[in-house]
Structure formats: C-alpha cells, structure tokens
Ligand binder design. Sequence first.
Ligand SMILES: Nc1ncnc2c1ncn2[C@@H]1O[C@H](COP(=O)(O)OP(=O)(O)OP(=O)(O)O)[C@@H](O)[C@H]1O
Length: 436
Amino acid sequence: MDKLGSNPANRCLLTPLGFLERTATVYGDCPSVVYHSTVYTWAETQCRCLRLASALCSLGISRLDVVSVLAPNIPAMYEMHFGVPMSGAVLNTINIRLDARTISVLLRHSGSKVVFCDILSLPLLHDAISLFPSCHNPPQVIPIEDPYEPNTPTHSYSLTYEKLLEMGDPDFKWIRPESEWDPMILNYTSGTTSAPKGVVHCHRGIFIVTVDSLIDWCVPKQSIYLWTLPMFHTNGWSFTWGMAVMGGTNICLRRVEAVAVFDAINKHKVTHLCGAPVVLNMLSNTPESVRKPLPGPVHVLTAGAPPPAAVLHRTEALGFTVSHGYGLTETAGLTISCAWKGQWNKLPASERARLKSRQGVRTPLMTTIDVIDGTTGQSVKRDGQTMGEIVLQGGCVMLGYLKDEKATKAAIREDGWFYTGDIGVMHPDGYVEIKR
Ligand SMILES: Nc1ncnc2c1ncn2[C@@H]1O[C@H](COP(=O)(O)OP(=O)(O)OP(=O)(O)O)[C@@H](O)[C@H]1O
C-alpha cells in the first residue's frame, strides 16, 4: 500500500481554467454571456478567451506579469477571468469606484503591464496615470468600448479590446501553470480598515473556492445568473468561474438599479444572484408599482457585511430564497455560511431571519474554522457570548500579500491559522456569529 501514490495520470494541477473547455464541449451552443442584445454562446466565450490570451502573449505579456482591468459587469470583464490567466498572467480587477490616487497606487504597486479600461472609466484612469512619477513607466491602456452606451468619451487609442481579440488565435494552446501554487489572481482589499493590500491567490486556491461555493449554494446546471455583485469584488465571490463549471448564463448589468434588476430577473428568468445586504435592502424597499413579479424561484446569496434580520425577512417576504455567507478578499470567496436546516422552516419568520443573520459554519471544502481567545489562543466557550477572533484554515486562504511579508506574517501565523481580524462568538450549535 505504501508504494502507491501520485502518478503521471493523477498528478494533474488544479486550475479553474480547464472548466471552460469542458463547458464549451457540453454547452457550446447555449448562452454564456448576455448583455443587452448581445448573446454569446459558451463556444464563442471559449474562443474569445483564447483569442485574448493569445493576443496578450503577442503584446509581450509573459508568465506572472500583472494585467489589470477597470470595468463594471460587462462581457469583457467576464472574459478577463479566463483569458488573462490563460496567457500565464495574473489578473488584477480594480474597483471602478476608487479614486484616481488609489488606482494610481494600485497600478504602481502591482507593476501592472496592461490595463483594460471600460470606456466610461477612461478619464478616471487617465487621472490615475497622470499621478505616476516620471521615473515609473505607465501600463499600456486598452479601452473596452460599449456599443450600448450613447455618451462615451472620445479617445485616440488605435488598439481597443475588440481589435485585440481580432489579433488573437482562437486555437491558442493556453499557458498552463507550472505549479498549481502559481499566482493567478491579485485583488486589493478596499482598505476600509487599513492601507490597501494586494492579496495573491493561486490556481489551486481559486479551484477550491469555486467548487466549494457551488456545492455550498447548491447551484444547479444551466442556472441563469444575474450579475448584481461586481466582478471586481473578489471576482464575484468566484461565481465568474463557477458559472462556467455549471454551464450557466451570465446576465451582465452595468448598473445595479432596482428597476433594471427586477426587469432583468423577469426578462431572463433569473434563478440566482448575489449581493451585499445593501442590494437586498434596495430590492426589498422597491415600491410595488415598479417591482415585477418573480418568474420562479430566485436564489439570493448575501455576504460582505452583516445582513440585518429585518432585511433578510423583507427580502424573503418578496419571494426570494436568501442564503447568507461570509468571506474575505484573503479567502477568494465564501468560507463560512449559514447552513440551513429543514426543521427551521417551521419557525416564525422573525426567528428564521434571526437564525439566518448568523454567519454560520465552515463551507464543505474549508478545513476548519474557530473563534479563539486573543491572549490564550484557545477556542472560546460555545455559549454565543464569549467573544474572540475568527480564524480559518483551508485551501483557499491566500498565498499572502504582495510585497508585504510583515502583513502576511501577521495574518497567517505559525500556529497554522489565518487571522481574519473579525470578532465573533460561537453558539452552542457550532454556528459562528460576528459581533462588532
Ligand atoms: N456575512 C458577513 N457578515 C459580517 N461581516 C462580513 C460578512 N461577510 C464579510 N464580512 C466583512 O467583510 C470583510 C471582508 O471584506 P473585504 O475582503 O471586501 O474587505 P475590505 O472591505 O477590503 O476590508 P479591509 O477592511 O480589510 O480593507 C470581512 O473581514 C468581514 O468584516
């Protein structure tokens, strides 16, 4: 027995990039990405991602170079999640709501070689680049035009995203990682509690969190997924790659406004969407006169901030089925979720909402989680009252912070835990709840 082990047939690197090829085989003629009247199939999405990867290589991008993108939820943003790492580069998505100074810092810190930029964010990017010191080479800017936006700024770039794709080879043999630990994603924390830090994730970690999130949320094949969560927010909690696994349809929405969301749900028969509690609040406060009825069951996953029980209650009262999860940029997505039990359905609505507002238990592929006392390092009592820090262990914990060994060591300690910085309690039933 002890002579058996890894061999050339099972020693395969875990990477989410391979999902696309399978999906293009199974669902090649099914819709992959929809934006206004543009509808791509999975065969077309695969082709566009390969073209992107090939064209980036011909621009001189090589392994582990950083390629950034500043864009809302438009088809190009989705394609970047496969096309950029398929060139061997590391994808860095940037929040379009940041100011020019922060974007300038992120571009310099990441050493970004190319920035793809949504046409409406071009002035912001120009401001950011104008803040570069003269000794620092700016990245190459490639605008992403949008035929559905009437008033876009004019520009003088000869190479745009679509022209770049035309240059690319649809049969390109994409660049596979040399190791599953190779960096694939760079995401900056927004810096709400400290200076922005560049969180680096590898192919293996992204593979694990993607599969974990699909299992945890029970996402079925060919779901219709509405992009109400920005893809620049932790890569849309990994559902960018997840929708490819399930052959789902990505409905892209540039602006998350209540009327547009209800229209899209109704028109496309949306089955799934994600959003921070603020999105649920928006949906549940939409006046009845502008709300369209839900076309069928719509599953909503909320995370990113504590959802007030009242917001959960109101959202479910509209017919949405709400799930609640917890995660950080440092874990590439959700690692704790409020696993729901059938017997809780019998409880009064307010009690259900109270239980659902707890963050929950580890997701199936996380190794372990705990709430520990900061001084003793021991687990706190499971009494729902004693506070401690939430700590995690699992395959989707980041590799570390880019060029910041000190912060990496402070977050991932010798005792084997990743310290989240979040304070919570452990309830007697093993469910964690964040307390502030
Ligand atoms: N379900 C949830 N309930 C409560 N808080 C949550 C939940 N999900 C995420 N969070 C909060 O969001 C944080 C992670 O968010 P993110 O990684 O986007 O960080 P950020 O806003 O950039 O943070 P930073 O303050 O570290 O710069 C968690 O550490 C936690 O505080």
